[in-house]
Design a protein. Structure first.
Length: 261
């Protein structure tokens, strides 16, 4: 299928005075990662970097400050594709090996997804029959030859670490389940949580390589105790405490296994 040439690859919207959401409108929701930019006094925070199909750094050069901390919530290709473009790269230690290896072949061509793969995604709520891309970023781009560039992190994160912007500080929460080293960034003073794929308002994926349903359940139980005001997830729209509770409880109900006689 021939894809049109995109006039712009990224779009953005100011969410709060210092917070901007960036996304890739020509990417299917399955892989359309939310990219969050928060301006700080001493450094800016960038949460996730998208697929790496086009240059995020070039597209948002006017937005990024001179000092920028690029934090990956986990090492899946739709979240770290552009991470190599930034000097300060932070990720949980359990994701570091995956990040450094990258993925030399990560096809975005629908023809490379067999019927079983498409059906499995459709069952959880992602119909990719229309393709993973609706456009290409430049002439000559071949979706079937996309790759995730490997890169070494410059700082390894762990539970309880702090990402300090000078006037704001975010605590690292280790939230495994979707992946071994998934994290959230929690600002207790404001009640803001950047949750990555630990929780978002869409189909949660736990039947993928590296996922762990038991760990995901513990993460959901933990999130239920967090006094959030707003959750900015790795996909789909932001939401508040009531919706977090609905999503977490629904997951716990869905994955609850009878103890037997």
């Amino acid at each position: 299928m021939s894809l049109r040439l995109a006039t712009t690859w990224f779009e953005r919207r100011r969410v709060e005075v210092d917070l901007t959401l960036i996304w890739e409108p020509h990417v299917h929701p399955l892989l359309r990662c939310n990219i969050w930019h928060l301006r700080g006094r001493d450094a800016d925070l960038l949460v996730d970097t998208g697929l790496g199909v086009a240059s995020l750094r070039a597209a948002a050069r006017d937005l990024f400050g001179t000092s920028l901390l690029a934090v990956a919530t986990h090492a899946h290709a739709d979240h770290v594709g552009g991470l190599h473009e930034f000097d300060d790269r932070l990720i949980h230690r359990d994701e570091a090996d995956s990040l450094s290896k990258g993925r030399p072949s990560y096809s975005l061509d629908l023809a490379d997804y067999d019927a079983d793969a498409r059906a499995r995604l459709a069952r959880v709520g992602y119909d990719i029959a229309g393709g993973l891309l609706t456009a290409v970023p430049h002439k000559g781009y071949l979706p079937g030859q996309h790759r995730q560039q490997g890169v070494e992190p410059t700082r390894l994160l762990a539970e309880g670490d702090v990402v300090d912007l000078g006037n704001r500080a975010f605590e690292v929460l280790h939230l495994p389940g979707h992946s071994p080293g998934s994290i959230g960034l929690w600002e207790a003073a404001s009640g803001i949580l950047f949750s990555g794929d630990a929780i978002y308002d869409g189909p949660l994926l736990d039947d993928i390589a590296g996922a762990d349903i038991a760990a995901y359940r513990r993460t959901m139980e933990r999130l239920l105790t967090l006094p959030v005001r707003v959750v900015h997830g790795g996909h789909d729209g932001s939401f508040g405490a009531e919706r977090l509770e609905q999503i977490a409880l629904a997951y716990l109900r869905r994955t609850d296994k009878p103890s037997g006689p």
